[in-house]
Design a protein around this ligand. Structure first.
Ligand code: S5P
Length: 452
């Protein structure tokens, strides 16, 4: 394979970038003009381009490839031919007749679709495409771009949680062309001036600190959680998905010093006993200063949820500080959860989850409007008045073969501005859960600090 530079110089001969004075759609005068469509006119170059793009990507993650119309369509097609990842085609507008489909080809909801774009500027057209693709029930985690014009688009998408890979930046290609004397120093200077002046600087949205969130906090449980986070310098919640009381208590005692909360699925404890399971668990929570979060994921009408919350053998209302609940039953269904902090399930981490962009938007409306809700479980950013809890976190990016998908602590703090990570098997299945909890806690705290 040729070097990236050699490849670029060959592609450049097709006239993909022109230098001079060009008036852009926006009326601005630009010293360069980019049009990557001629790349498809040379099959050899198009094929090599596909190779370079594929080389940058974790290919196992993708079930489908889709190009943003039109310029990226041949690129996506070439990538599909090289990688055997099936192609889907996104229309610019839905067909007015027949199926009204926006995406053509064979796909299933929940599949992860790699998006291909030729040039990224502000990122606006990509955002629209992503939304449309997600609305079809597909997942988008990565976007590959041939040329980044460095006008804020990449940063904006990364902040929304997407991995953006770019083959070239405009600075890089200007540098290459200068090295081979295609551009004079004056021309380079003019381009750099333009880039500096015209970089629609992405107003990076600074995340709120825990201190700031604590100031704005209006639910006692949310406040308590934030206080513990600050006291312990931890944003780690361990998911204790173990099967016996003994394992649960041992784990809680071991990881207790590292966590802000212990998340339980109390109904999987085979020898559950209110006295033998819950009393010592409460004691450990006091001893190590952590909260108890029962991951019950309620999903019913208000009356039933009330009964499930306060009755039955688990009597969750007696001991849990927080509960998770779907919001599918509507806002009133959450009224029942008195004296606990409700964490609304807005987006799920599993492959094929039905929590697409539209669902999440509606779920957030319910979550934000209900006083019992302190936060949301999601794989996307949420409004800053909610705390964000993100499961599906592991140092190991492999899934579990049962649909669970993992991201790293760095990813979720940097891209999603998560407040708390939830880690299960990464810790309780580790050879030494205590050390593992310490490792996740330090990495996650460091990632939080870096995201500020
Ligand atoms: O979307 C979700 C929501 C939750 S609460 N994805 C999840 O994985 N969870 C829970 O987090 C899940 O029920 C499990 O208890 C934990 C993740 O466990 P792990 O072993 O995959 O880390």
């Amino acid at each position: 394979m040729k070097s990236k530079k050699e490849f670029f110089l060959e592609a450049y001969k097709l006239g993909i970038i022109k230098f001079g004075r060009f008036t852009l759609k926006s009326g601005i005068e630009s010293p360069f003009y980019v049009d990557l469509r001629p790349l498809a006119s040379d099959p050899k170059i198009l094929k090599s381009l596909a190779g370079y793009l594929l080389e940058m990507l974790p290919l196992d993650n993708f079930d489908l490839i889709c190009g943003v119309p039109y310029a990226a369509l041949p690129m996506a097609t070439a990538m599909s031919l090289e990688s055997y990842i099936p192609l889907v085609i996104k229309r610019k507008e839905a067909k007015a007749y027949g199926t009204k489909k926006l995406i053509e080809g064979i796909y299933r909801k929940g599949q992860n679709c790699l998006l291909v774009e030729d040039v990224i500027t502000s990122g606006k057209s990509l955002v629209e495409t992503i939304e449309e693709v997600e609305n079809e029930g597909l997942k988008v985690s990565d976007i590959i771009v041939v040329l980044d014009r460095q006008q804020g688009g990449r940063e904006m998408l990364q902040q929304r949680g997407y991995n953006v890979h770019t083959l070239f930046t405009i600075t890089e290609v200007v540098q290459i062309l200068k090295e081979v004397d295609h551009l004079t120093d004056e021309e380079v200077e003019r381009i750099n001036d333009f880039l500096n002046g015209n970089q629609v600087k992405f107003a990076e949205q600074k995340r709120l600190t825990y201190e700031e969130k604590l100031k704005n906090c209006d639910h006692s449980v949310g406040c308590r959680l934030l206080e513990i986070a600050l006291e312990k310098k931890s944003n780690l919640i361990v998911s204790a998905d173990v099967l016996t009381t003994d394992e649960l208590l041992r784990l809680a005692d071991k990881v207790g010093p590292q966590i802000v909360a212990l998340k339980t699925h109390i109904d999987i404890i085979t020898d559950f006993d209110p006295d033998k399971t819950l009393l010592p668990l409460k004691d450990l929570a006091t001893k190590h200063n952590f909260l108890l979060m029962e991951d019950r994921k309620f999903a019913d009408i208000g009356n039933t949820q009330e009964l499930q919350f306060t009755h039955g053998m688990y009597r969750i209302s007696n001991w849990a500080d927080m509960v998770t609940s779907h919001v599918i039953g509507g806002s009133r269904a959450l009224d029942a959860f008195l004296n606990v902090g409700v964490i609304a399930i807005v987006g799920m981490s599993s492959n094929g989850a039905l929590t697409d962009a539209h669902y999440r938007e509606e779920a957030l409306k319910v979550a934000e409007s209900h006083p019992n809700v302190i936060g949301a479980v999601s794989q996307n950013t949420v409004p800053e008045n909610l705390l964000l809890f993100t499961p599906g976190v592991s140092f190991d990016s492999e899934g579990d073969g049962k649909g669970q998908q993992y991201r790293s602590p760095e990813h979720v703090f940097r891209n999603l501005q998560t407040d708390f990570i939830i880690v299960g098997r990464g810790i309780y299945k580790a050879e030494d859960p205590e050390t593992a909890a310490l490792a996740y806690r330090s990495k996650a705290w460091e990632a939080y600090q870096q995201s500020l």
